[in-house]
Every structure is written in structure tokens, then in C-alpha cells.
Write a protein that binds this ligand. Structure first.
Ligand SMILES: [Zn+2]
Ligand SMILES: [Zn+2]
Length: 361
């Protein structure tokens, strides 16, 4: 029986990508079926010729480990402390007034650690959408770790599992399997946003990140996660002290550049998992509920063009239209221009046209 265009697609077509040497190709084969539950989704994360850093993922097994109690307690602290930091920041506005240095520290640390997540953890380490040298890898890995979203290897494993099973029951953070009606939607949003970190099982890191574990630098950065959290709090504290010249400058630097910044980076990143699988446009056939959301496209530094990303997971550029602001791609393009990034993967015009829902997009 012929397969309908809407129900069968090949994400490696998103990988008719110029200039690639190695990357993870995600191939979805969906049978002709009216609903997600009836469809069969087999995934292959496969290496192409010349692949140097390829994930070898068993396409069938979904073995995982229960999240340890200590890890859940630490994650609870990591979620709650920035919230109290936000309240402290509001109180400091009331009591001490506003300092430009605090806003600068908030924005500077937001952009740096955000890029660590979007360019580093996501586009480089998870999807291998470009290649770079070990020093740039190290810097991006450290910056991403400062965002306090879990050790690098764990983050990548969870995100690869998300792509492998996107919006199916094995997806660690889909908002679509928590019941029907308004209550189901609310439960789903909570689960996808942060509930999954406390209830889900951890993906099997060994299986999902074999490629990354071959790198000593990546293994070391991932293992030293607590050190990078401390550094991410120490830097704004020290800079705040230097700029203001008093201990109160250090205190507000810690609160704004540390806790408040972590709060915003957390919730913008997690909104990609929750909001961007519920609200927004679907210009491409991606085989799941992913959406392009303009708000998180801008504030998520390009990550909110999430339907486009699911359609072309190995593309370094997520905002493919000229008007889709994609700060993370600008960073990658900048690195490429100065010779610090190469084999930057982009989908061909033919691949874009093939997966577009609208002719002439
Ligand atoms: Zn997604
Ligand atoms: Zn991704």
C-alpha cells in the first residue's frame, strides 16, 4: 500500500545537507495511520560515511534507570533556589533601587550560558550540526553546565531520547500523554516543563552518548558539573563586587547574574519542551506535535523554531526563513567565519521544499 506523504517521511532528507562529513541522521518511518497511537514509529540513529562522532543507539530498546533520590532532591533545590532569587531581586529593587551593572550581569550571563545550552549542549553535542576544535567544545560545555540543567552527558541522552520518541509514550517530556481535556493539558504542560525531571526515569546514558564518552574533555566537563555551577555563581558575584566596589555589589551580582539568570534560562529552555510542543505553527512535516513559536524563537535564541528543528534535526540553523531570528545560528556562523566551526550543516532547498506543508514556503 502506498504511503501517504503526510504519514511517511524521512528526516534524513532533512539531511540533504551541504558540506557534511559526520552527523546523526534521524529516520522516521511511519505507517499509514490516522492516529499517533496506531502508527508505528521506528527510529534509526545511524552514522553516515566518515562519521567520527556518531551515536550508536539501539532503535528498539528503551532501557532506562530510575532517577536517584539524591539527584531529585538536588534538582528540586536547583529549581526552587532561582525562584527565591527572583523574589530577593524584586525586594532589592524595592529597597536599594536599580543598578545598571545588575542588569548587565543578568543579560550577559543569560546570553553566555544560554549559548552554552543552545549552541553547545543542543546543536553541537546532541545533534552534531557542526564541528569545532576541542577548546571551543570545552568552553561551550562549561557555559552550558553553568545553566544548571544537569550534567552534559545526561542532558544529551535525554534530548536524544526525546527526538527518538518525540511525543510518543517513551518521550521523556512530551506534554501529550497526561490525559484529556483542560486538566490533561495542564498536567501535560507541567510534566513537559519540569515535572518529568522528578518522575521520569533517566535515559541510559551509556547507550545514548557512546560517541561523546570517547572524548576525555567531554567526560571530564560532565563529571565536574558541580564545579561549573559554582563558577557560574562566582563569576557574577566577583564582577558585581568589582563594578560596584562594595559587598552589596557582590550580593546583587550573585542574585541577578546568578539566581535570576538561572531562573530565566531554566524556564525559557523548559518552555521549548512544553510550550513548543503545544502552541505555534507547524510549517513542516516533522511527525510529532512540535511547533514554531515566535516568542521562544526570539527569547530562546532560535530554539523556539522547534517544528523546523524537529523536521531538520541536524541543521545548525533552526530559523530557516529570513525573518526568523536565530541568534544561536548567528553565533555558529560567526565561528565559521573566523575558522572556528566547519562542516556546518544546513538543509538543501530540495529538502526544505519536500518537508514543507505549504508550497512555495
Ligand atoms: Zn521537541
Ligand atoms: Zn534537538
Amino acid at each position: 500500500m502506498p504511503t501517504a506523504p503526510e504519514s511517511r517521511y524521512d528526516q534524513s532528507s532533512g539531511a540533504e545537507i551541504a558540506g557534511r562529513r559526520s552527523f546523526i541522521a534521524v529516520t522516521l518511518h511511519r505507517q499509514d495511520a490516522p492516529s499517533m497511537d496506531e502508527s508505528v514509529k521506528a527510529i534509526e540513529l545511524q552514522t553516515l560515511a566518515g562519521a567520527k562522532h556518531a551515536a550508536e543507539v539501539d532503535p528498539i530498546a528503551t532501557k532506562s534507570h530510575t532517577t536517584p533520590r539524591t539527584a531529585r532532591i538536588l534538582m528540586l533545590i536547583a529549581v526552587i533556589a532561582p525562584f527565591f532569587g527572583l523574589i530577593a531581586a524584586m525586594l532589592s529593587l524595592w529597597g536599594w533601587g536599580f543598578r545598571w551593572s545588575d542588569l548587565g550581569l543578568l543579560l550577559g550571563m543569560y546570553v553566555l550560558t544560554g549559548i552554552g545550552i543552545t549552541v553547545g549542549f543542543h546543536r553541537l553535542f546532541t545533534h552534531r550540526s557542526f564541528e569545532t576544535n576541542w577548546l571551543v567544545e570545552f568552553v561551550l560545555a562549561v557555559l552550558g553546565s553553568m545553566a544548571v540543567q544537569g550534567p552534559l552527558l545526561q542532558w544529551v541522552a535525554a534530548h536524544r531520547q526525546h527526538h527518538q520518541h518525540s511525543d510518543h509514550p517513551e518521550d521523556p517530556h512530551s506534554p501529550h500523554h497526561q490525559g484529556n481535556g483542560l486538566w490533561g493539558i495542564l498536567r501535560g504542560m507541567w510534566h513537559a516543563h519540569l515535572g518529568w525531571m522528578f518522575t521520569s526515569e533517566l535515559p541510559d546514558v551509556q547507550r545514548y552518548v557512546r560517541d561523546l564518552k570517547q572524548s576525555k574533555v567531554i567526560r571530564a566537563v560532565s563529571a565536574l558539573f558541580p564545579l561549573w555551577i559554582a563558577l557560574g555563581l562566582l563569576i557574577p558575584t566577583a564582577v558585581g563586587w568589582l563594578l560596584v566596589g562594595t559587598p552589596s555589589g557582590a550580593a546583587t551580582g550573585f542574585v541577578w547574574g546568578g539566581l535570576v539568570r538561572i531562573f530565566f534560562v531554566h524556564h525559557v529552555t523548559w518552555s521549548i519542551n512544553s510550550v513548543c510542543h503545544v502552541w505555534g505553527q507547524q510549517p513542516y512535516c516533522a511527525g510529532d506535535q512540535s511547533r514554531d513559536n515566535i516568542f521562544f524563537g526570539i527569547f530562546g535564541m532560535g530554539e523556539g523554531w522547534h517544528n523546523t528543528h524537529h523536521a531538520f534535526p541536524t541543521s545548525a540553523r533552526h530559523g530557516l526563513s529570513w525573518w526568523q531570528i536565530d541568534v544561536s545560528y548567528w553565533v555558529i556562523r560567526g565561528l565559521e567565519l573566523v575558522g572556528l566551526a566547519w562542516n556546518v550543516k544546513l538543509p538543501s532547498r530540495a529538502a526544505i521544499a519536500r518537508q514543507s506543508r505549504h508550497r512555495g514556503l
